[in-house]
Design a protein around this ligand. Structure first.
Ligand code: PT1
Length: 271
């Protein structure tokens, strides 16, 4: 899953022409690099980021979605707002990626109105504005697992079938360095919930805390983290660096598919 952020640029005259064009160009790059899904976000959810209005978020993401809906690539919309979910579904979104796990009033209903769209339920303690202030858990893995189990139940009770759900432990969302790495180490525990697992670690501060690299120089640690997440059971990784991640994961695929002696070498090459 390749990341597309749609945020206003410095040339903005109050319109969204330049940010829309830039996002579409970036999307086309990521498709060429081999992205299988594109995740479009109009509101940052990084620690300390500010919220935007429904109207502003719609103006950022819908024009980009409308253009990408004509390509073959499945598009995910990163939003917690039911109004944005409804417009995104109408404009052809394949997935709703909600860092708030459909807890906003009306969000369960907005997704349940449609019978097909996938939805990613992510764990977060607190809100992006305050979540890194003092995160606390008795047992990080157990609490994230219990939360995701409850959200799976809430979604299925609202009429969203389990085969439409994806879960995500929410790396960096109300978690200390130790919480984040404990979750990564025990990510396979979450596969017990019986729905596919998504992991977003790309360029996050938990990686920079280990290497000392700033956010624009975290490609190697991001590739390592994506590979580890897949080894621990993630089915989707949300990344900035699609080509590098795909090449790293090709080696993982080769280890899985090319090791058995009965496998024909031709089915194994360039897998
Ligand atoms: C994520 C994710 C996301 N992350 C899903 N959606 C972000 N499903 C946005 C830092 O510590 O992991 N899963 N949408 C981006 N959020 C962050 C959080 C970015 C923390 C950076 C940090 O640096």
């Amino acid at each position: 899953m390749g990341i597309i952020n749609v945020t206003p640029d410095s040339f903005s005259d109050g319109g969204h022409f330049f940010s829309t064009q830039r996002a579409i160009a970036h999307a086309k790059n990521l498709i060429e690099e081999g992205a299988d899904i594109l995740d479009i976000g109009g509101e940052s959810t990084r620690p300390g980021s500010q919220q935007v209005s429904v109207d502003e978020e719609l103006k950022r993401v819908i024009p980009v979605l409308e253009v990408l809906a004509d390509t073959q690539i499945p598009v995910s919309i990163d939003t917690s707002k039911p109004e944005v979910m409804k417009h995104a579904i109408a404009a052809g979104a394949f997935m709703i990626n909600d860092v708030n796990a459909l807890r906003n009033p009306g969000a369960l209903e907005a997704v349940a109105q449609n019978n097909h769209v996938q939805v990613c339920l992510m764990h977060m303690q607190g809100t992006p504005q305050t979540m890194q202030a003092n995160p606390q858990y008795r047992d990080i893995v157990q609490e994230v697992q219990d939360f995701l189990q409850q959200r799976i139940q809430a979604a299925t009770a609202a009429g969203i079938s389990q085969d439409r759900l994806i879960i995500d432990p929410g790396f960096g969302f109300g978690k200390t360095l130790q919480h984040n790495f404990t979750l990564l180490n025990q990510l396979d525990q979450l596969t017990k919930l019986g729905v596919p697992l998504l992991a977003g670690l790309s360029r996050k501060s938990m990686l920079g805390a280990i290497t000392g690299n700033d956010v624009d120089h975290r490609i190697h640690e991001s590739i390592a983290a994506a590979l580890l997440a897949v080894v621990k059971g993630a089915k989707i990784v949300r990344v900035h660096d699609v080509k590098a991640t795909k090449e790293a994961l090709a080696i993982h695929n080769a280890m899985k598919n090319c090791a058995a002696p009965e496998i024909n070498a031709s089915t194994c090459n360039r897998n």
